[in-house]
Design a protein around this ligand. Structure first.
Ligand SMILES: CC(C)(COP(=O)(O)OP(=O)(O)OC[C@H]1O[C@@H](n2cnc3c(N)ncnc32)[C@H](O)[C@@H]1OP(=O)(O)O)[C@@H](O)C(=O)NCCC(=O)NCCS
Length: 333
């Protein structure tokens, strides 16, 4: 008799570039203050790449650490999925660049474009290969170099974003093992496209001197529209997952939300009735690293002793698109 395999996370690696961009640095670049940034976003500093370092570099470093933690070599990796909104280039896919830099001869893979929900979407895509029995070792990476698409004269966006990456390895849970991905709730709402987007460089507005002069190659954001959508939908999607699994917010041991704004995170936690110490917040140190936030926050949760073998975990994200994603899982190591 064949049983459905659950996918479980068996290793985690994260990487941020060493260079820091602090609120004090930003005070010298645009008209802002440390106090405004802290009060409105919760961010104190973020990590930024040096020139010549790209998303595939951050992703590869994170992937190496995950494989090292699991004690396996890159030749065992079967699939590489990279969630990113800042690929090294349009093509080839960042997954191909990572495959080459990592030296993973047997792997195939692809990129997932879902902005801040890219990590949870890539996680579910990877899990399906495990559940179907097609593959046994899938690397799922969330990586972004947001500094490459941010206008550092626009105070409304440049204070928010940072660079970083995280990678997890997915493998099948053993028969009867209570570990791994349990449920998910994903949806997209394209009517929100114009609230957060990068208009230039694609097939609609191919790069020209004019698109560059108009700064169309940078992130454009209607902050309040995104804020309102995120507060409502992060909690709503989590409630659906809790309710159909007969759980209450207080049953969650570790809530790992996308780190976009501390106020979005605390509003969601309050509405869900989470235990006060269950929510992971590290936005103060990293800012919004888009696809990198959730694995980076997993790392923080482990450091803080809040993520252990057997913990019931809820991942949640809302991002450009709009994209919404929630994953319920039991931590395996
Ligand atoms: C971007 C964000 C922090 C702005 O905070 P806010 O409280 O909504 O602020 P507003 O946009 O209403 O701006 C309020 C004022 O602060 C000003 N302001 C904006 N950025 C500022 C900055 N860095 N420093 C100082 N003042 C700033 C605005 O110009 C505005 O001034 P005005 O009242 O004179 O017009 C907030 O909307 C947000 O976090 N949105 C969600 C963003 C997000 O999650 N993005 C990623 C999605 S995955």
């Amino acid at each position: 008799m064949s049983t459905v395999k659950r996918a479980k996370i068996t290793a985690l690696g994260t990487y941020v570039p060493p260079r820091l961009l602090t609120n004090t640095d930003l005070e010298k670049m645009v008209e802002t203050t440390d106090q405004w940034i802290m009060e409105r976003t919760g961010i104190r500093e973020r990590h930024i790449v040096d020139k010549g370092v790209a998303t595939s570099d951050l992703a590869t470093e994170a992937a190496k650490l995950a494989l090292k933690q699991r004690g396996i070599g890159p030749e065992e990796v079967e699939v590489i999925i990279v969630g990113t909104v800042s690929p090294d280039m349009f093509f080839p896919a960042t997954a191909c660049l990572v495959q080459h830099k990592l030296g993973a001869p047997k792997a195939w893979g692809f990129d997932v474009s879902a902005a801040c929900s890219a990590f949870v979407y890539a996680l579910q895509a990877g899990a399906q290969f495990i559940v179907s029995g097609a593959h046994k070792k899938v690397l799922v990476i969330g990586a972004d170099t947001m500094s490459s698409i941010i206008d550092y004269t626009d105070r409304a966006t440049c204070v928010i974003f940072g660079d970083g990456a995280g990678a997890v390895l997915l493998e099948p849970a053993a028969d009867g093992e209570d570990a791994g991905l349990i449920d998910y709730e994903h949806y997209i709402d394209g009517s929100g496209g114009c609230a957060l987007y990068m208009p230039g460089g694609g097939s609609l507005n191919p790069s020209t001197h004019e698109t560059v002069d108009k700064k169309m190659h940078y992130v454009h954001q209607d902050g309040q529209a995104v804020f309102k959508y995120a507060v409502r939908n992060m909690a709503m999607a989590c409630e659906r997952v809790l309710s159909r699994n007969n759980l209450k917010g207080s049953d969650i041991d570790c809530f790992i939300p996308h780190q976009a704004n501390k106020r979005i995170i605390t509003a969601s936690g309050d509405r869900l009735g989470l235990r006060p110490d269950a929510t992971i917040i590290n936005i103060d140190r990293y800012g919004n690293t888009t696809a990198g936030t959730i694995p980076l926050a997993m790392h923080t949760a482990i450091e803080e002793g809040k993520l252990k073998k057997g913990s019931l975990v809820m991942l949640a994200s809302v991002g450009a698109g709009f994209t919404t994603g929630v994953t319920l899982l039991r931590w395996a190591f």
